[in-house]
Each structure stands twice: as structure tokens, then as C-alpha cells.
Design a protein around this ligand. Structure first.
Ligand code: ZN
Ligand code: ZN
Length: 352
């Protein structure tokens, strides 16, 4: 049980209790999908507190915890039970909430817990891998129907993005895991471009970055398609990014340094003279959140472990001209990875 894994971490960190207020972590720990609950977890305590609206839902979803209906504020109800050294989720608790908590929890010493739960969430269980695999397959099916079959030229970025999201829902997704990016030509040089009401011209590169949410779990994939035949620098940069992406993927395995995998792609792109045009990190973990631990970046310490799910997504952005990003979602294994992204990566003219 996940709560037991957390209790073990608490012992290592010499914490008596953990107060869990961040809803994604509440969900991961208990299975509860509602929007208001607090968990108090200790060596002896397994306490789940929610409000009147969610009592029935919690009875159906939450096992292995003593369930309590909160009286006034869940925070006050939880605070009364806190004793000793109590970890709190400092990445998610506001200054105001912390102040209230200090007033309410008189018998507790509040200690920042850091990424205690996020680190556990970074290593996926088989059922979680299955959920992410299914979300990725669903999103690929949507991209196949909306982009690859119908083509891009003559449609607006917004139309394509909206249809992608509608198709994902039609195929059973709870929704997109983040607002889809469809960015053509010079607009693709903005890594986080928002789709515009602008028609996509023929013969340019179009970045499509999309993901689905299924059973709470996210997927994340990017393909850069051509909207018609392209040549010259567009092809060269595309091949450079693809080579860097495949080289980085080949470095993915349990035990690989997070910053080392990032460096594989970054060095290749720098060697081709585009180092300044790859300004973001190589990848990020994906799970209940679309961006979570671990991060594949220049600054990341630590190593990949089996069960991590990460993206590998180098990009090159030529201001005023075009951008290329290619992103796969993979599960790390002892000797490599399993890719959850199935769409082809060779330069493809959408609709042909
Ligand atoms: Zn993405
Ligand atoms: Zn991503």
C-alpha cells in the first residue's frame, strides 16, 4: 500500500507525521478524485478528512484510512491531530495557510517535507504505467485522425487544436492533459505558442504538442509535421532534432544521470551551431501531473530509475522562421525504455 511506503520515508526522515493537503498527492495516496480533502499520515495514523459533499464518494473510493467528515475547516480538523515533528507540503502550502497551521497545531513542530511524495510518485506501479500507456495511445489515435488523415494546410491552428481535443474526448479521454499546441511556421519558434485563428500555409513546419488525460493519468507527445513539401533549412533542422532525440533516447536506462541524458541531445544540437536555440530542458516526468519528477535538465542531480516515465523532447527554435520539436513519452526500464509514443518520426507531410 502506498501509505506504507510513505510511512517508511517518514521514519527515514525522522518525521512523526505528514500532513497532505495537495489534491494530486491526496489522490495518489488514497484514490480519492474529489476536490477537497486532507490526509494525516503517521506510524499509527491513517486519517482521511473530507467535507459533507464528498462523504459518499470517499466511502466508495478510499480504503485503508479512517474516514472522517470535517466539521468547519479541514485544516483545523487535521491540525488538532498533529503531534511531534510534522512534515507539510511546502511546495504547495501558501504563506497564509502555513501561518494558520502554526496557530492551530500547537503540539506540532512543522517541518518542510520537500518532494517526499513527489519522489515516490516518480516511480510508477504497473497499473500506473498501463494508464499512461493507454492515454498515450488514445492521444496518438486522435492525432492520426485529426492531423495525419486530414492534413494541416488551409485549416487554422485553433481549429486543429480544438478538433484534437474533441477527438480525444470522443475516444474516451477525460480531456486534454494540457491545452494543445498547434503552431505553424514562425509561430512554431515560440516553444509554448497558443493556437491562433490563422490559416496554416502549405509548405511549412507545424509543431503539434498534445496529450490526453485518462483515469487521472496524463500523456504528452509532440510531432512536427510538414503542411506540404519542405526543403533546405527546414529539413536540415528537422533531421538534426530527430538525431538528437534518438541519441538521447538511446541513453535512457535505469542508472543514467538525469543531466547526462540531457547533455546527449544538447551537445549534438550545440555542435551543429544551434545551442542557443534549444533553450528548454530535454524532458520531464509525466503521471497524474503532466509535468512532474524527474526532470531531464542541465541542473538535475540524480539518476533515472526503472519505473520513471519521462518525455524526451529536444527542440530548435529559429526566431522569425520556424521551430522543430520531437517528443516521445517513455517508461524507463533496467536496460532501456518502453516507448508509449507510436506515431512515426520521419519528416511527414500531414494528409499524404
Ligand atoms: Zn509536450
Ligand atoms: Zn512535454
Amino acid at each position: 500500500m502506498r501509505a506504507d511506503r510513505v510511512a517508511e520515508r517518514l521514519r527515514e526522515r525522522e518525521l512523526d507525521m505528514l500532513l497532505v493537503t495537495h489534491m494530486t498527492n491526496v489522490r495518489w495516496l488514497s484514490g480519492f478524485t474529489g476536490s477537497n480533502a486532507v490526509i494525516v499520515l503517521g506510524a499509527e495514523e491513517r486519517l482521511f478528512i473530507t467535507d459533507f459533499r464528498y462523504v459518499e464518494q470517499a466511502a466508495a473510493q478510499v480504503e485503508g484510512f479512517d474516514r472522517l467528515e470535517g466539521e468547519r475547516s479541514l485544516l483545523a480538523d487535521a491540525a488538532r491531530r498533529l503531534r511531534g515533528r510534522v512534515g507539510f507540503e511546502d511546495a504547495h502550502v501558501s504563506v497564509r495557510t502555513l501561518k494558520r497551521l502554526e496557530e492551530l497545531a500547537e503540539d506540532a513542530e512543522l517541518v518542510p517535507a520537500g518532494d517526499l511524495l513527489e519522489e515516490l510518485r516518480a516511480v510508477k506501479e504497473p497499473a500506473e504505467l498501463e494508464a499512461i500507456r493507454a492515454a498515450a495511445a488514445l492521444a496518438d489515435d486522435a492525432a492520426e485522425a485529426v492531423v495525419l488523415s486530414r492534413g494541416l494546410a488551409g485549416r487554422t491552428e485553433r481549429e486543429v487544436a480544438l478538433e484534437l481535443e474533441t477527438e480525444m474526448r470522443r475516444l474516451g479521454a477525460e480531456g486534454p492533459s494540457f491545452p494543445s499546441i498547434v503552431a505553424a511556421g514562425p509561430h512554431g519558434a515560440l516553444p509554448h505558442a497558443e493556437p491562433r485563428d490563422v490559416e496554416i500555409p502549405a509548405g511549412t513546419l507545424v509543431i503539434c504538442d498534445y496529450g490526453a488525460r485518462l483515469d487521472g493519468y496524463c500523456s504528452d507527445c509532440t510531432r512536427t509535421f510538414a503542411s506540404g513539401p519542405v526543403e533546405g533549412e527546414m529539413v536540415e533542422v528537422y533531421e538534426l532534432v530527430l538525431g538528437a532525440q534518438e541519441a538521447a533516447l538511446a541513453a535512457v536506462r535505469a542508472g543514467a544521470g538525469l543531466k547526462d541524458v540531457d547533455a546527449v541531445a544538447r551537445d549534438r544540437i550545440a555542435a551543429a551551431g544551434h545551442g542557443e536555440r534549444f533553450g528548454h530542458s530535454l524532458g520531464h516526468g509525466v503521471g497524474l501531473d503532466v509535468h512532474e519528477e524527474p526532470r531531464l535538465s542541465k541542473q538535475s542531480e540524480g539518476e533515472l530509475v526503472a519505473g520513471n516515465v519521462v518525455t524526451v523532447e529536444p527542440g530548435v527554435y529559429l526566431s522569425g522562421a520556424f521551430g522543430v520539436r520531437i517528443e516521445d513519452l517513455v517508461a524507463v526500464t533496467e536496460d532501456g525504455y518502453e516507448s508509449f509514443s507510436r506515431l512515426p518520426k520521419g519528416l511527414t507531410v500531414a494528409g499524404e
